[in-house]
Design a protein around this ligand. Structure first.
Ligand code: NAI
Length: 251
């Protein structure tokens, strides 16, 4: 049976991936700042915005891992530094620390967003951030290259997509580990309401007119589960939108 690590396991999409993985017989280790309501094989409470807390949690995590689902995230209504720490720097910190523990054919899935699709405009910035080599160096780079509060969520989801695609091939070649992103459109989860305050009524209304409906979190979880499974063993370094076609309507 596969061993899966799932961050953001206590709510929304992460909780649904955990349910699905357990249904398929996987051993599920959850990571979150909040306690989960479901029973898991193990749960470690960690603030993923804090690299010292992540390092302290490593001893409690398994030595052999088949999949890491990086799902935890905060909306752009949170403070810009927190958004950078949780949605990007902490995710990278945890993933890099776990690289030696991945079994051959293991899989990493990072949850980005449909809002992270404008990265070509800022590619050079995202590449420079990706080139910072550890958490505090990333924080220092961001102090020199400040990110506006209004677009910080988009910015760090873009940065995540750029880092994931840039890093994926080397890890696949050297460690046999695949890394991919999933980019949901709006999903019925507790943070959906925060996106209304973050994007403004007008944009949300415009999106609502273009979509049939927001996704249910299990519809996103199924794609994450596919990327964790051996069925996707030749899929590496891509970002898969799971948005009911929303992004395509912006072309
Ligand atoms: P959610 O709010 O239901 O779940 C987020 C989980 O992350 C929670 O369990 C929370 O406790 C955890 N978390 C937040 N900050 C943390 C920290 N510092 N340390 C540890 N855990 C932390 O939201 P949802 O929708 O399930 O979000 C999952 C991912 O999907 C996020 O990365 C989000 O940005 C992304 N997403 C969500 C969309 C939506 O409409 N719901 C749309 C596009 C992307």
């Amino acid at each position: 049976n596969k061993t899966l690590l799932i961050t953001g396991v206590s709510s929304g999409i992460g909780a649904d991936v955990a349910r699905l993985a357990r249904f398929h017989g996987a051993r599920v280790i959850g990571i979150d700042r909040n306690q989960p309501s479901m029973t898991l094989d193990d749960f470690i409470q960690v603030d993923l915005g804090n690299p010292t807390a992540i390092d302290a949690a490593l001893a409690a995590l398994p030595e052999k891992i088949d999949a890491l689902c990086n799902i935890a995230g905060v909306p752009g209504t949170a403070d810009v530094e927190l958004v950078g720490r949780v949605n990007y720097l902490g995710l990278r910190h945890l993933t890099e620390a776990l690289i030696p523990r991945f079994n051959k054919n293991a899989s990493i899935v990072n949850v980005a967003s449909v809002l992270g699709i404008e990265w070509p405009q800022r590619l050079e910035k995202h590449k420079a951030l990706a080139d910072t080599s550890y958490f505090e160096e990333g924080v220092a780079w961001l102090k020199k290259n400040p990110v506006p509060q209004e677009t910080c969520y988009q910015y760090f989801k873009e940065a995540l997509i750029v880092w994931s695609t840039q890093q994926a091939f080397t890890w696949f070649r050297d460690h046999g580990v695949r890394m991919n992103c999933v980019a949901p459109g709006p999903v019925f989860t507790p943070i959906l309401g925060d996106f209304v305050s973050m994007l403004g009524e007008e944009r949300v209304q415009k999106d609502a007119e273009r979509m049939l409906r927001p996704a249910y979190s299990d519809e996103v979880a199924e794609v994450i589960a596919f990327l964790c499974s051996d069925a996707s063993r030749w899929v590496c370094g891509v970002n898969i939108p799971v948005d009911g076609g929303l992004a395509s309507t912006y072309l």
